[in-house]
Design a protein around this ligand. Structure first.
Ligand code: 9WN
Length: 440
């Protein structure tokens, strides 16, 4: 598929998934609004219609809780989804919005990046007005992250459910999930008969079993969710329950470091400063982040035991995106990006091929994801690895073009598409990558 057709297909997918005020990630499997999806979507939409890109962000802010949390999903009335609003019951939790149903936890903080990227496509006057409108909400969100998720002032944010990481089936989460699986899952696992649970999996109507999360992981995600809900999603109460993993997630904190930096930029452009307590908290994060480094890689940390979870995945490569790690360490990571393990035929594999968890077409366990490629390319470029960044973007576009649809993810071995089709962030970031490769 040539670039022009790819661009117009991507545009069509975004139109099809447009809900008016926001964009759903995919037509059927994901019918609501998701936090980091909408951020990536707005980065694509800015090329088509900057005002619509702005509204994608305003739409996210509708869901903000009075304590500052921006939830990971805002539910659309009546749309069927495997973990819908009736499971969450945000209406029973103090501080949730009155007129909307949302989830009660968050997702990676890409919103400051989205705001800045959309701002680049506005006139100076419009940009400043936009920044002034969204900055208080962004400050509240970052304050909530530090207040609620870093009560010990470690400098790193801890997550209470794999869904908050956005990459829930990545090996370090799967590793922790293994031990806390519900009893019936553990029993079925012993006999190798987990497949009997498949018929209760509504997601399998939209994508095949082989490419979706394993049944074991899936039911553990649900069970963990029930445990967190029983504690009203409150960090201090969750911490009292031993069988809920709590993780200082490397991807989340990488994105936070960059978001903090961009928050400062947004404030400076409109001639204001961030609250000093927030600045103090933010300053610590890049230093604390370095404690995640060992043996040439950045890892997530088990917050309960203080141990690094040394199960490799592309999440550790996101350290490149922070902009705060040293050039030496960035060079080490850039080498890993181009290694056969992370770039066997198509880069970047979400899990290296040498990992026992590697599965080229299974959800977050090996496939190439377009949002991770976008973030990694952005980081590589900041560290002077423009050539690798450019190769990665061009190869990503060629791979998506060959798949003839905007798929959720792709095999790093042969580039074949997997997951659901008409996936919005693939479409949006394809548009952005076409624009950026054409401007270099
Ligand atoms: C749960 C929407 C979301 C993405 C996540 C991805 C997947 C949801 C699910 O889909 O998660 O949040 O139903 O599996 O893991 O990154 O935001 O595209």
């Amino acid at each position: 598929m040539n670039e022009e057709s790819l661009y117009s297909l991507a545009t069509k997918v975004l139109k099809t998934n447009d809900l008016g005020h926001s964009t759903k990630p995919a037509p059927r499997l994901y019918p609501h609004q998701w936090l980091w999806d909408s951020c990536f979507i707005s980065i694509g939409l800015r090329h088509l219609d900057p005002q619509r890109a702005k509204s994608e962000i305003f739409s996210l802010l509708r869901g903000q809780w009075s304590n500052g949390m921006i939830p990971h999903e805002i539910f659309e009335e009546g749309a069927a989804y495997h973990a819908g609003s009736d499971r969450w019951r945000s209406d029973l939790v103090p501080g949730s919005p009155k007129d909307l149903h949302t989830t009660c936890m968050t997702q990676p903080p890409v919103i400051a990046e989205a705001v800045v990227r959309v701002g680049e496509f506005l006139t100076a006057k419009d940009r400043q007005a936009f920044y002034a409108q969204v900055l208080p909400a962004l400050i509240n969100y970052h304050e909530w992250l530090y207040r609620e998720r870093d009560p010990q002032h470690t400098g790193l944010i801890a997550l209470i459910h794999p869904w908050e990481s956005g990459i829930e089936d990545t090996p370090y989460w799967s590793y922790l999930m293994h031990d806390v699986a519900p009893l019936r899952v553990k029993t079925l696992r012993i006999f190798g008969t987990e497949a009997v649970l498949d018929r209760w999996r509504p997601d399998l109507r939209h994508a095949s079993r082989e490419v979706r999360p394993s049944t074991t992981d899936f039911y553990t995600l649900y069970r963990l969710f029930t445990r967190v809900r029983a504690k009203q999603y409150a960090f201090d109460r969750v911490m009292r329950v031993r069988n809920i993993p709590v993780v200082q997630d490397v991807l989340f904190n990488s994105l936070l470091i960059r978001a903090n930096h961009l928050l400062g930029r947004i404030a400076a452009e409109i001639g204001t400063t961030l609250p000093s307590a927030l600045q103090d908290a933010m300053r610590k994060t890049p230093y604390a982040f370095e404690t995640l480094y060992e043996d040439g890689h950045y890892w997530s940390r088990n917050y309960r035991t203080n141990e690094l979870i040394m199960a490799p995945s592309a999440a550790g490569l996101l350290a490149l995106y922070t902009g705060t790690i040293s050039q030496d360490r960035a060079d080490v990571l850039a080498k890993q990006v181009t290694s056969d393990e992370f770039w066997p035929a198509y880069g970047v594999a979400s899990v290296p091929t040498s990992s026992p968890y590697f599965n080229p077409r299974r959800f977050w366990q090996g496939p190439v994801w377009i949002n991770l490629n976008w973030l990694i390319a952005d980081g590589l470029q900041r560290y002077g690895h423009e050539k690798i960044a450019d190769d990665l973007r061009r190869q990503t576009l060629a791979m998506v073009g060959r798949g003839k649809g905007m798929y959720e993810y792709y095999s790093p071995l042969d580039g074949s598409p997997a997951g659901t089709h008409s996936f919005s962030w693939t479409a949006a970031l394809v548009i952005d990558m076409i624009e950026s490769t054409n401007s270099t």
